[in-house]
Design a protein around this ligand. Structure first.
Ligand SMILES: Cc1cc2nc3c(=O)[nH]c(=O)nc-3n(C[C@H](O)[C@H](O)[C@H](O)COP(=O)(O)O)c2cc1C
Length: 246
């Protein structure tokens, strides 16, 4: 049974170090077999912020501005993915602004469908892992990673830790590097690359376990598990609501 894993890169820079780590994670996921991967990088993209209009709630739809920028594509790929690997460089002790804009509208759009009962269940059961890296030692990697873990939990994802002795659920560089050039991380932090690969492998393996397990246990599980948990049909149903705005 093939699984889809989506990587989201929150750096606004092309060929960023975050992209290097997310790509490493995705490659390691593919090595486990039967995994398709896709990557969305926010580099060079302008993403509108959520303006709090609550039209998504009023219209029981995904963000009504989703076709004005890349949010439409992000909803589609997010909903179709079985596993998510999300990475951000540390910006001012947190995630980047452009990624925050994505997560606000992604989260609020999906939440509006749950809150208005436009979908029967908000239990998606996607598996997720997070990656971060920054310029300074203790530069805010833990806050950033925690933010992303909280985001995954809020989206009802199952957060996968990388390895014992890394910050729970987190991989990335904690090395003070003073390297301003994008994409150099592999040259100064082999451990970050290694941990990103472990993360990708684990996310792939746990995604398969959840997907196969949900199918196998279908008769024993509450109905909500078969509506949207890692099914292509579940994603399509939700995207159709988004398209019609009803
Ligand atoms: C606006 C801005 C804020 C930043 N804030 C932090 C910070 O709080 N802590 C830190 O360690 N690095 C900070 N950095 C440095 C980046 O996290 C670092 O250069 C990172 O390696 C960039 O990753 P990328 O190549 O994926 O874009 C900041 C950089 C920028 C541009």
């Amino acid at each position: 049974m093939s699984c889809r894993i989506l990587g989201i890169v929150g750096s606004p820079r092309h060929k960023s170090s975050t992209e290097v780590l997310v790509n490493q994670a995705l490659e390691a996921a593919r090595v486990t077999g039967d995994i398709e991967t896709e990557i969305i990088t926010l580099a060079g993209k302008r993403v509108l912020p959520c303006i709090g209009c609550y039209k998504c709630v009023e219209k029981k739809s995904l963000c009504i501005f989703k076709d004005k920028d890349c949010l439409g594509e992000i909803y589609e790929k997010w909903l179709q993915a079985d596993g998510i690997i999300i990475g951000s460089p540390v910006y001012h002790l947190s995630i980047t602004g452009v990624l925050k804009n994505v997560l606000d509208r992604l989260g609020e759009g999906i939440w509006s469908l749950r809150a208005t009962s436009a979908i029967d269940s908000g239990w998606f059961g996607k598996v997720g892992g997070v990656i971060t890296q920054g310029m300074a030692t203790f530069g805010g990697q833990e806050y950033t990673a925690q933010y992303l873990v909280n985001h995954l939990l809020l989206m009802n994802c199952l957060v996968v830790p990388a390895e014992f002795l890394t910050v729970p659920g987190v991989v990335g560089s904690f090395k003070g590097n003073r390297v301003y050039e994008p994409g150099k991380i592999a040259e100064y932090d082999e451990t970050a690359v290694k941990n990103a690969r472990i993360m990708g492998k684990r996310v792939a393996e746990i995604t398969k376990i959840v997907k196969v397990g949900t199918k196998q246990l279908k008769e024993q599980l509450p109905a909500e598990y078969s509506s949207y948990v890692l099914t292509k049909e579940g994603a399509e149903k939700i995207l159709a609501i988004g398209k019609n705005g009803k």
